[in-house]
Design a protein around this ligand. Structure first.
Ligand code: 13P
Length: 248
């Protein structure tokens, strides 16, 4: 049994004070007995400003694989742990395309986050070009293989399938496409590890999820939750999606 997950990736949005107000409102609106693991991933500056509550977990949007040192602009896992971070988004397509992150470095980050006791949310997904060339599965397989290259076990790993062409575009992958790729991810994880381990890995979908499409997407085969960008910035919309996922 995999607990459903709804994670909000705020990207470069919200000041610490805006984040604090959001978290207070969210905690007020969320029911006390949700089956959903809610994760909020503010920018680094917001990590210490959200209210502390058992109703949600804290996630970061990136980290470095080294412990400390001369890495201007980077953040370490111990710094995140000190802010009570439990999850770290890694290999997001914006990190890959805008900041030129490579699969090998993403793999090192996944292993570092795990060995320091946090849970990586490894993002994979094809670009529109790769989709049109029929290379979606090949791309996802490569990203999984290299992203998980340095780990011995799939325990505590979350995979987010985020087709790049669906991020922030209002285009959502069809339920059939999402089911197909999520099942492919599960099979690939089995090849890379074992059936029992792969069956326990949450595979969540991201790409223009909103309160209008959440219901059909969460009911798609092999979808264990969402990684949400735009709609996670509005507390009412975010809570609405959490409630939809909670009902399944
Ligand atoms: P949108 O929900 O805005 O499409 O963003 C998805 C995403 O990139 C989450 O990481």
């Amino acid at each position: 049994m995999i607990n459903p997950i709804v994670a909000g990736n705020w990207k470069m949005n919200k000041t610490p004070s805006e984040g604090k107000i959001f978290s207070e409102k969210m905690v007020e609106k969320l029911g006390s007995k949700s089956s959903v693991d809610v994760i909020v991933c503010p920018p680094f500056t917001g990590l210490s400003s959200l209210v502390i509550s058992t109703k949600f977990h804290l996630g970061a949007q990136n980290c470095h694989f080294e412990d400390s040192g001369a890495f201007t602009g980077e953040i370490s896992t111990s710094m995140l742990l000190n802010c009570n971070v439990e999850y770290v988004i890694l290999g997001h397509s914006e990190r890959r395309s805008i900041f030129h992150e490579k699969n090998n470095d993403i793999g090192k980050k996944v292993s570092k986050v795990l060995s320091d006791g946090m849970k990586p949310i490894l993002c994979v997904g094809e670009t529109i070009d790769e989709l049109n060339k029929g290379l979606a599965k090949q791309t996802v397989r490569r990203q999984l293989k290299l992203g998980l290259n340095d780990v011995n076990s799939l325990n505590n790993i979350i995979i987010a399938y985020e087709p790049v062409w669906a991020i922030g575009t209002g285009l959502t992958a069809s339920v059939e496409k999402v089911s197909e790729i999520h099942s492919f991810i599960r099979t690939t994880l089995k090849d890379l590890s074992s059936e029992s381990e792969s069956n326990n890995v949450p595979i969540i979908y991201g790409g223009s999820v909103n309160s209008g499409n959440a219901d059909e997407l969460i009911n798609a085969h092999a979808v264990n939750g969402f990684l949400i960008g735009g709609a996670s910035l509005d507390v009412d919309k975010f809570v609405e999606i959490i409630n939809i996922v909670d009902k399944i």
